[in-house]
Design a protein around this ligand. Sequence first.
Ligand code: FAD
Length: 452
Amino acid sequence: MPNPISKRGDSERIVVAGAGLVGALAALLLAQKGKRVVVVERRSDPLKHGWAGGRSINLAISTRGLTALSRVGLREKALAEAVRMPGRQIHPVGGGEVFQAYGTQAHHCIHSISRGRLNEILLQKLSTFSTVEILYDTAVENLDVEGDFLLGCDGGGSAVRRRLVEKGEITSTEEILDYGYKELSIPAAPGGKWQMTKEALHIWPRGKFMLIALPNLDGSYTLTLFLPYEGAESFATLKSDEQISSFLERHFPDVAALIPDPVAEFKSNPTGQMGTVRCSRWDSAGLRTLLLGDAAHAIVPFFGQGMNCGFEDCAFLDELLEKGGDWTAIAREVSKVRKPNSDAIATMALENFVEMRDFVGDPKFLLQKEVEKNLEKTFPGRYRSRYEMVSFSRIPYRVAYEAGEKQKRLLATLCESIHSVDDVDKNAAQNLIEANLKEYFTYWEDQNGSWN
Ligand SMILES: Cc1cc2nc3c(=O)[nH]c(=O)nc-3n(C[C@H](O)[C@H](O)[C@H](O)COP(=O)(O)OP(=O)(O)OC[C@H]3O[C@@H](n4cnc5c(N)ncnc54)[C@H](O)[C@@H]3O)c2cc1C
């Protein structure tokens, strides 16, 4: 196979494998710095042929992702095409709805955005740089990248990662979740109206499985059913039309009524796989390579952070490039600083799955959440929930993880023998906070500063 990269000039060139969300942002940040970039993408050009799909239709972008987008001047453009979600709308078994705010301030919301549209926005801007060459319909493994620095942004099944493993440069593990996902959709009502609460991430927790819905700008919703592959209620037992429709009507009667042909959609949409990828390191000096995004750290989607984390990798890389230094040292630093953080969000994402499907409908859990909100309001700068740290700040994920573990124990103690949020002993709460969470105060006091 001839090398289709045109090797013009002699300045250092960076090859970015993958023009997905992370690859496109990484390439843009490099192009802004005047670097020569070649982007290699296996798929066809979405700007010419339309979005080819593959992963979820829409996703939630929050502070980390938005902050990274602001480095390429695209934050506001992305937000203009997103639907804000200030909380979750829970649909318990037996009907009714409960709204839970995600945070304590008005700007504490996550945003639902079309994956294809966000990718297009990034690629459109990328195509305006004369120093960038984008090769579509080309797999990175078919290229000779010798002499170039290679950024592996080719997603969870990364060929670049595979090569680093094969050459003995890194080790990696891939844990596939025993749950799959299936997307379904609720169309807009006449006039482009939303058929459920618009500004919320909807959740139907059902113990061993769950359904969620994110609003789209055009009035529709994309639903995602997370279900085990095997077992009494699983993808294995949903084969016939009758099995599919009775499952949906039994567990999600309000939603089933809003999907025009749920059985046809269920059968024609693919069942997606989810998993966690962990690498011993992300860089190789010998092969002049750095992994970023899902290629380095695919995670399960239950904290809505996979892309946000990948975007934060790019922002960190950009900060290091500003300081200068050679690629080998920069790549080593990215791996050293970002890997413990991606390991932390990988663990939190797995835990959040249990919280979403099992507990959000549980009164004890809801009471703990209410008490937590109260602590945040009563003790500003002294308490900040894990969800807020992850979604509405840039406090390192590993700090959010550590603090969250201590907060769980603190909340369990405070809620041990109470029945309502008014029963909380404020003095005991203050003492517990001072005794257990002091080391995090510097992050939390800085409400509008560098961590936010
Ligand atoms: C159901 C679901 C819901 C999600 N929801 C959220 C959410 O709400 N918020 C959030 O932050 N994250 C979410 N995520 C995670 C998010 O989708 C990923 O973290 C994100 O897509 C990672 O971007 P990436 O560019 O690293 O990888 P990808 O998006 O996988 O992009 C990789 C690109 O590389 C290309 N490629 C692959 N192999 C090659 C090759 N050999 N040569 C050349 N090109 C190649 C692919 O075609 C693709 O364009 C969700 C994931 C799933 C599955």
